[in-house]
Design a protein around this ligand. Structure first.
Ligand code: ADP
Ligand code: MG
Length: 386
């Protein structure tokens, strides 16, 4: 789960990290009252969406008077912000953060994340912070330094020194940086964050260190024990179909292709997507209906796939282990009737109650193409949508 920059900064502050003062607005009406809490002459108006690259897309604006601030806030509310992370559709700005402006001397990059491959916590630092870190990573990767910490041993001063070495801090800055690194480490562990990214981390012209941007991501599977994090969830920022999926406990991720997939098991779902691509088409979604899905769950999954307007055909690929093929067949039939299915449907069933499942589908008046194996199934659906 992602949260907004202003929420991430609130957490950073709670753990003692240096952040600027700011106010958050959900509408223009709140501006006048909230503004009194700020104490500065220059401000930065920042669109709060769950995507980076806002600066380049016009979602971060420096203003030098209250009048100018008001104009910018007015312009930004409701604006469709397109960045390299939102996709071409962009995202509507529904929330704005206003922060006291900092006088920037240098911009650095600092992040901390769970490194699954090494089972460690990785800190990544670079002197080339700001808005082009992706470019730095691809063109001058030697400017990005990674330090991995064994979380069973906790983090010590020597390790912190290595992490901040590229920044060449003076002694006072170093002591702030030690507090900051410990805070990031603690947030990662105590809040089950999987990624914390500060880009840019700056030195001001007064030599102070400030976290000027903050991105945090949390482990969805740990949210049950972090209610204070779960309450930061902003459903406006999530794909409606994915919210619907989470209500039915379905693992669904919307993609941009045209073949809807319903599969049981994450691995099988991945290979189904691969094989669709192999035959020259793109999957419209990842969908794992899970092990022992009910008829209702299958039906909800089917409707979810069809709610995507890009879907031109559906491929159902089920290996019945705990899951029974006849249950799948019944769920598909119900949902197909309810939704008045018009797109081609290819079904490949194997395993438990496969014969019963096939019989249910064959007896129905639905036009279903059945397939013998996964390759055959992918070939048939790709041909059918042409
Ligand atoms: P994004 O990463 O989405 O583009 P940032 O929060 O990193 O958004 O802002 C982009 C740039 O805007 C920063 O690299 C920094 O140069 C500038 N900026 C952001 N916040 C402030 C601030 N409070 N004061 C001064 N400049 C800022
Ligand atoms: Mg940034």
């Amino acid at each position: 789960m992602n949260i907004h920059e202003h929420q991430a900064k609130e957490i950073l502050k709670e753990f003692g990290a240096p952040v600027s003062k700011g106010i958050v607005l959900l509408s223009l009406n709140e501006l006048e009252k909230e503004f009194k809490k700020l104490n500065s002459k220059e401000f930065v108006v920042k669109a709060q969406i769950h995507a980076g690259g806002r600066g380049k897309g016009g979602g971060v604006k420096l203003v030098k008077s209250f009048e100018e601030l008001k104009t910018k806030v007015k312009e930004m509310f409701g604006m469709n912000l397109i960045t390299h992370q939102t996709g071409p559709g962009g995202k509507e700005v529904k929330r704005i953060y206003i922060e006291e402006a900092s006088d920037i001397l240098k911009e650095f990059y600092l992040s901390c994340l769970v490194d699954r491959a090494s089972s460690k916590i990785a800190f990544i630092s670079s002197t080339e912070g700001g808005m082009d870190i992706e470019k730095v990573a691809s063109e001058t990767p030697e400017k990005i330094i990674t330090n991995k910490i064994d979380f069973k041993k906790n983090i010590d001063s020597d390790e912190i020194e290595k992490i901040i070495k590229p920044f060449n801090f003076n002694n006072e800055q170093k002591s702030t940086a030690h507090i900051l690194i410990k805070a990031l480490y603690k947030i990662l562990i105590e809040k089950d964050a999987t990624l914390i990214e500060i880009n840019p981390l700056i030195i001001t012209k007064n030599q102070k260190i400030v976290c000027l941007d903050a991105k945090m991501n949390f482990d969805d599977n740990a949210l049950f024990r972090r209610p204070e994090i779960l309450q930061l969830r902003d459903l406006n920022e999530e794909e409606p179909a994915e919210i619907e999926a989470s209500k039915h406990d379905l693992a669904y991720i919307k993609l941009s292709g045209s073949i809807g997939c319903m599969v049981n098991g994450a691995g099988l779902a991945m290979s189904t997507m691969d094989i669709i691509k192999l035959h020259g088409e793109e999957p419209a979604n990842f969908l794992d209906v899970g092990g022992g899905a009910s008829k209702e769950k299958v039906s909800a999954a089917f409707k979810l796939i069809l709610s995507d307007r890009n879907v031109k055909g559906i491929l159902i690929n089920i290996f019945g282990g705990i899951m029974r093929c006849d249950v799948i067949a019944k769920g598909v039939l119900d949902a197909a009737k309810e939704t008045n299915l018009k797109v081609p449907l290819v079904v490949r069933l194997a395993g438990t109650n496969y014969k019963e499942g096939k019989e249910i589908l064959d007896k129905s008046d639905l036009k279903i193409l059945s397939a013998t194996d996964l390759n055959d199934a992918a070939k048939k659906i790709v041909e059918a949508i042409k």
